[in-house]
Ligand binder design. Structure first.
Ligand SMILES: [Zn+2]
Length: 385
C-alpha cells in the first residue's frame, strides 16, 4: 500500500522530514512516500524549488474550505500519473478548516486525506507533532477496517453523553483534547475494535506496522515526560552526509539541519571548551590573526566535506556569509532542536553562549559560544562523517 505525503508550504521541510522519518522506519506493507523536494532541508537556491517555503513565524492560518483541502490531493494525483487510484494521498497543512476538524477523508470516497498540523499547542511542549503522526499511521488501519469514512464514524467512540467516552483507541472521537491524548499514552487498540479488525480480515502485518508506529510515539512521549525526573541525557548520533542528528534514547527521534547549520554544529561539537565568534571572522584571516586562520580553516573543511563543493571561490564567499549570517544559523539550529526536543532537553544540545571569564574571576563582556552536552554522548556515524 502506497501512502503519498505532501506538505503545504508553511510546513518547513525540516519539520516534515522529522514526521516522515518516524513513519518510514517501520517495516510492513505500508510505504510512506514523500518527494525529495519536500524533505530536503538544504536548499541553496530557493528559486529551484517548485514549492516555496514560508517563514513559519510569519504565517497566519487561514480557514480553508473543505473542497480546497482535497483539491490539493487531486492536483498532486494529476501531476503524478504513476499514483494509483487505490493509493492514499495525505495533505498536511497548518491552516484551519471550515469544520474545525483535525483530519478527514475526502467525502467523495477518493483516498484523499488531510491532516491539520496546528492547534496542538495545548499539548506538552515538543509533542505537537505526535498527534499528526498518530493520525497518519492510523488512517490505513481505519480505512482498511471500515472501508469508508461513514463506517469509521459509525464505529467511533464518541464523547459523553452521545457515547461512552474515550478508551485510548484510534477510534476515540473526542473534541476534548485532554481525552484525545489518552490514545497516544496507551498506544493501543480497544478489544471491540481489535475484534472488528480480525472480523474484517485486515492484513496482520499492516496492523503490526501501525502498532509499531504508535508504540514509537508512546516511547518518545514517555521519555520527554519523565526527563525532568530522571535527567537522563540521550546519546546523539551525528550523520553529516544526511544532515541529521538522531537521539538514540528517544527512539531515534531525528532533527534535520541544512549544510551551513550542520557545519557550524559539528564545529562547536568538536570544541567543548567553546569558541569566541570573532575567531570565525574571515577578515581576521586577511589581517593575519593566527586563531582566525585555524578556526576558519577548520570550519571550512567541515563545510566542504558536507557539501562536497570544491570550488575555492565559492567556499570563500560561503565563509564570509557564515560569519554574516551567524545569528540566523544559531537560531535555526536552536529552533529545530527545540521543536523536536522541547526547551528543557534541547538546552543540553543547542549552541549557547556564556561570558568569557578573565583572570581575576570577573566576567568579561565578550562571550564564548559552546554546547553544554557531555561529548561522551556524541556518536559520529562512520562513513557519514
Ligand atoms: Zn476502539
Amino acid at each position: 500500500m502506497n501512502v503519498y505525503l505532501i506538505r503545504s508550504e508553511e510546513i518547513s521541510c525540516s519539520r516534515f522530514a522529522t514526521i516522515v522519518d518516524i513513519v518510514r522506519r517501520t517495516i510492513g506493507p505500508i510505504k510512506f512516500i514523500a518527494t525529495d523536494e519536500d524533505i530536503s532541508v538544504d536548499d541553496p537556491d530557493p528559486k529551484n524549488k517548485k514549492k516555496k517555503n514560508i517563514d513559519e513565524s510569519k504565517f497566519t492560518p487561514q480557514r480553508l474550505k473543505w473542497e480546497t483541502l482535497f483539491r490539493n490531493c487531486e492536483v498532486f494525483r494529476e501531476e503524478n500519473k504513476a499514483i494509483d487510484k487505490n493509493d492514499y494521498v495525505v495533505f498536511f497543512t497548518d491552516n484551519k478548516n471550515e469544520r474545525n476538524w483535525f483530519s478527514s477523508m475526502d467525502p467523495s470516497g477518493a483516498f484523499n486525506f488531510f491532516i491539520s498540523t496546528s492547534g496542538w499547542a495545548d499539548l506538552l511542549e515538543a509533542e505537537e507533532f505526535y498527534p499528526v503522526i498518530y493520525e497518519l499511521a492510523t488512517i490505513p488501519l481505519m480505512i482498511e477496517t471500515c472501508g469508508s469514512l461513514q463506517e469509521v464514524e459509525n464505529m467511533a467512540h464518541k464523547d459523553y453523553p452521545n457515547g461512552n467516552g474515550p478508551r485510548g483507541c484510534p477510534w476515540d472521537y473526542c473534541s476534548n483534547k485532554k481525552f484525545v491524548e489518552l490514545r497516544y499514552r496507551t498506544g493501543d487498540i480497544c478489544p471491540d475494535c481489535r475484534k472488528k479488525i480480525t472480523e474484517n480480515k485486515v492484513d496482520p502485518s499492516l496492523v503490526r506496522q501501525v502498532l509499531a508506529i504508535m508504540d514509537d510515539i508512546r516511547g518518545q512521549m514517555l521519555y520527554k515526560r519523565i526527563f525532568p525526573f530522571i535527567q537522563q541525557i540521550s546519546k546523539m548520533e551525528v550523520n553529516k552526509r544526511q544532515g541529521k542528528l538522531s537521539f538514540t534514547d528517544i527512539n531515534n527521534l531525528s532533527v534535520h539541519l541544512g549544510a551551513r547549520e550542520m557545519a557550524f554544529y559539528i564545529f562547536f561539537l568538536k570544541h567543548p571548551e567553546g569558541v569566541e565568534f570573532r575567531y570565525l571572522n574571515p577578515k581576521g584571516v586577511e589581517e593575519g590573526n593566527k586563531m582566525n586562520k585555524v578556526y576558519v580553516n577548520e570550519l571550512r573543511i567541515i563545510y566542504e566535506s558536507i557539501c562536497g563543493d570544491a570550488i575555492l571561490a565559492r567556499l570563500d564567499s560561503a565563509m564570509k556569509n557564515f560569519f554574516k549570517e551567524r545569528s540566523n544559523i544559531l537560531k535555526n539550529i536552536k529552533d529545530e532542536l527545540t521543536v523536536a526536543l522541547g526547551r528543557d532537553i534541547a538546552s543540553h544540545y543547542i549552541i549557547d553562549r556564556k561570558p568569557k571569564s578573565i583572570k581575576d574571576g570577573k566576567k568579561s563582556l565578550e562571550h564564548i559560544h559552546y554546547i553544554k552536552l557531555d561529548r561522551k554522548n556524541v556518536i559520529y556515524i562512520r562513513d557519514a562523517n
